[in-house]
Ligand binder design. Sequence first.
Ligand SMILES: Nc1ncnc2c1ncn2[C@@H]1O[C@H](COP(=O)(O)OP(=O)(O)OC[C@H]2O[C@@H]([n+]3cccc(C(=O)O)c3)[C@H](O)[C@@H]2O)[C@@H](O)[C@H]1O
Ligand SMILES: Nc1ncnc2c1ncn2[C@@H]1O[C@H](COP(=O)(O)OP(=O)(O)OP(=O)(O)O)[C@@H](O)[C@H]1O
Ligand SMILES: [Mg+2]
Length: 268
Amino acid sequence: MSMQQQIIDDLKVQPTIEPDAEIRKRVDFLKSYIEKSGSNGLLIAISGGIDSAVAAGLCKRATDELSESTGKEYKTVGVFQPYGSQVDIHDSYATAEAFDLKYKVETNVQKGVDAIEEIVNSVMPQLEQEAITPQAKGNIKARTRMVVQYGIANALNLLVVGTDHASEAITGFFTKYGDGAVDITPLSSLNKRQVRELASHLGVPQSILDKAPTAGLWENQTDETELGISYADNSDYLEGKTIAPAVAEKLESYYKRTAHKRDPIPGI
Ligand SMILES: Nc1ncnc2c1ncn2[C@@H]1O[C@H](COP(=O)(O)OP(=O)(O)OC[C@H]2O[C@@H]([n+]3cccc(C(=O)O)c3)[C@H](O)[C@@H]2O)[C@@H](O)[C@H]1O
Ligand SMILES: Nc1ncnc2c1ncn2[C@@H]1O[C@H](COP(=O)(O)OP(=O)(O)OP(=O)(O)O)[C@@H](O)[C@H]1O
Ligand SMILES: [Mg+2]
């Protein structure tokens, strides 16, 4: 079997999808998992990007339908987590508006992130290192967001929803135990193109559909420039199409290098 086919099988990607059926299947998955876990609903961190907008739309449908069928309130809590000021925070609010989120809170992570950065930097000279890099600080931002999310989820008995999908899983493009540390991933097995298809069907605001995907961890970061691979190529590869051999090799190299983020923790 080719490595491409092996990756497609591992990440369970379909070459084509029927968006409405996918939405139904994923809403049902969330509903049955909420019931099985005995939780009161879902927490979704909303960044103003497309992945969290799609996830928020699925979450809200799931908890609305459960509330309706059981007569008990199941919540979707949207959490906006800027670091200082966030230029596109209006898109986070637009997501909440589009899906009529009753519960939405803003938890600025700057103080927490800066305090952790200071602690880490304070020991760098003893370890014969310079101050941490912007990339390492970016990962502290993602992990600080996670700590805040779990603080809220613990208090309200909610499940933390992740936005990882196959186009991120293949490159390991997430922070280990940061945005990768969640309870449930309703977008898994979709590539980025398919996430966009769901977004259109769910009614994600146009300004969000038009934006370049970004982790927003440092200035002018975009996924495609950091990785050096377009989401069109990434999605084609995951649909089993032939892409330029050099690009396929790059994707496969990311996949191998980041296996530790997808595998269970190694033990002896
Ligand atoms: N072979 C191995 N086996 C077990 N563990 C291994 C390991 N190699 C590294 N590690 C551990 O993993 C750590 C490195 O992984 P990690 O901490 O994730 O850090 P890193 O490798 O920097 O990966 C983060 C990447 O995800 C991107 N990101 C982050 C957050 C959000 C988004 C987004 O799209 O929104 C994107 C970010 O731009 C960056 O490219 C190492 O410090 C080490 O602790
Ligand atoms: N500023 C933020 N506020 C709240 N949540 C955030 C923030 N930044 C990242 N997150 C969380 O981390 C997840 C991973 O970010 P990622 O950039 O991959 O997704 P996205 O921003 O929703 O979509 P896109 O890939 O199009 O930028 C987000 O979906 C969101 O749940
Ligand atoms: Mg983003």
